[in-house]
Design a protein around this ligand. Structure first.
Ligand code: AMP
Ligand code: MG
Length: 518
């Protein structure tokens, strides 16, 4: 086990690439640079609120045993081998080119060797950097709790994600206009230590491409492939092979989000990980009622660009931006386009493999595609709670008439379907019954397969909302319960959280929809 203050950090990114070394935090463009060296801004008092034992065990890091070590988690102390920096990247936001963005409220401290390779340790909320633009570089407790818990929850669900090692309070109030209604208020400040093999984004490649800094672009691409995709063969097609693999990882991530009902909420290209990880937890949500049109992000309401059901095609759009950034490194764009053209079939293959598990089928037969498609349509119409529906589907009784079917699914209904909607739902369930009657796996194996693919516990927004409110009042009970519950999403120890979103939470801010303000 290592003590955080004694880890020998590597700083390959800083050592390898051109960066602004001045340490100046003044907001500015940094052409020619892939990062800016910058120190965290100290806060009044760092207090440890949460520590991920699971991640700490993987990294072999000891839980902090002194205030001096806790101070590292809040940016009040930087160890001698760390070379803190903010990365420079660009992005397309809501479909529009936004130019330079960069780590405005994140600072990477260093890279450490650990299980399975190298890990970057990064603070989110440590104060201003040259990329903070007009903002403060801070994060509030509300959004930090959401990032901390959800990172670890997604990992426990088996969904690729950046991780979170710790959550600290800073003792510094932070001013936020949470509802964007001209009524800013102070909220407690906090900092999360995030961990990932890399925080590089699609936007990290769009930046040098847009600036026509082709040498920087080429070196960054080669370094990324050597370091994170070392299995790819060297040769003239290396970049294309890499792009195809990024597309595949991204497609897999989308299928995984669809499996667990996760809506990211801000799928801008600066929030797309080059490793296919879920990154930058903001106004995300799990689905409660099954609604592919649902976006949790109030800023996204006009176009619902980032709604649940759109995520796989938005990923394709974002991959198009990444492909565009790589084009200057290739003789022509034909093959890039060919890879993009394959995305849909790559995604569908992953989608159907995922649905096979979700529905507990022995295999996905060609005719099952119609079953999957009608299932989606029926769910969209009947809008049961997604998580509860699949749990009940796993335990579906062999027989029963229409009325008993609707009654059986009662725990999942926000509004029970009636008339032709009920008929359609019942018809689907009977179709499903017929299909599983011919399963080549036993009923027990079916239930097991479904149990491993369908979470029984998800971190619903209203639960997070309640946990945050209580924590802000000094009552950490619910927060702790969620922190424990998220570790076993498929086989919870008890069913305390196995309930629909309560009525009061449907319209309440922070319980269903959220703003980006964090
Ligand atoms: P996000 O919506 O979190 O993906 O952020 C988009 C951009 O805004 C990134 O460059 C962030 O670093 C920056 N940003 C967001 N919030 C803040 C903040 N409080 N202070 C400084 N920069 C911020
Ligand atoms: Mg972001």
């Amino acid at each position: 086990m290592h003590s955080l203050d004694r880890i020998q950090f590597q700083n390959e990114f800083v050592d390898r690439f051109p960066g602004d070394q001045t340490g100046n935090k003044r907001p500015r463009q940094t052409p020619g640079m892939l990062y800016s060296r910058v120190q965290p801004t100290p806060v009044p008092k760092v207090e440890l609120l949460a520590w991920s034992d699971a991640l700490a065990a993987e990294l072999e890091i000891e839980k902090p045993s002194s205030q001096a070590i806790v101070d590292i988690l809040g940016g009040n102390s930087v160890t001698p081998t760390m070379k803190p920096y903010a990365a420079c990247y660009a992005g397309h936001q809501f479909g529009n080119w936004a130019g330079q963005l960069g780590d405005g409220r994140a600072i990477t401290l260093g890279e450490m060797a650990g299980a399975g390779g190298s890990w970057e340790l990064q603070l989110k909320g440590p104060g201003q950097t040259p990329y903070s633009r007009r903002a403060d570089g801070r994060a509030v407790l509300r959004s930090s709790v959401r990032e901390y818990l959800m990172s670890e929850a997604m990992h426990a669900l088996g969904v690729p994600t950046t991780r979170a090692l710790s959550l600290v309070s800073t003792g510094e109030p932070v001013l936020r206009d949470m509802f964007y209604d001209g009524h800013p208020a102070h909220e407690p400040g906090a900092i999360v230590m995030r961990v990932a093999p890399s925080f590089l984004r699609f936007g990290s490649f769009e930046m040098p491409a847009a600036r026509n800094e082709i040498d920087n672009l080429r070196t960054l691409v080669n370094w990324t492939i050597d370091r994170y995709y070392p299995h790819l063969p060297t040769g003239p097609d290396r970049i294309l092979a890499w792009f195809a693999e990024v597309a595949e990882k991204t497609a897999f991530l989308m299928a995984e989000w669809m499996r667990v009902g996760f809506v990211h909420g801000v799928m801008n290209t600066d929030n797309m990980s080059i490793l296919g990880l879920t990154i930058d937890y903001g106004p995300y949500s799990f689905l409660d009622d099954y609604d592919p049109d649902f976006t949790p992000n109030t800023t996204d309401l006009p176009g619902k660009r980032y709604a649940f059901g759109r995520q796989p095609s938005i990923a394709y759009w974002n991959l198009g931006c990444l492909g565009g950034a790589l084009a200057p490194l290739l003789p022509d764009t034909k093959e890039l386009v060919a890879i993009l053209d394959k995305y849909e079939s790559v995604y569908l293959q992953k989608h159907f493999a995922m649905m096979e598990r979700k529905l507990g089928l022995d295999s996905l037969r060609p005719e099952d595609r119609a079953l999957v498609a009608s299932g989606e349509k029926i769910l969209f119409t009947a809008k049961p709670d997604m998580t509860i529906f699949y749990q009940l589907l796993a335990g579906l009784p062999d027989a029963g008439d229409a009325e008993s079917i609707i009654r059986y699914f009662e725990p999942a209904w926000y509004v029970a379907p009636s008339g032709s909607d009920a008929d359609a739902f019942v018809a689907f369930i009977n179709q499903y019954r017929e299909r599983i009657a011919s399963n080549a796996i036993s009923p027990g194996e079916r239930v097991q397969k479904m149990g491993a693919a369908n979470p029984r516990f998800i971190l619903r927004n209203y639960m997070l909302h309640n946990a945050i409110e209580e924590l802000q009042d000094g009552e950490p009970g619910l927060f702790r319960q969620l922190e424990t519950a998220l570790l076993n999403p498929y086989q919870p120890e008890d069913d305390r959280f196995f309930v629909r979103r309560p009525d009061w939470a449907g319209q309440k801010a922070g319980c269903s929809m959220l703003s980006c303000s964090s």
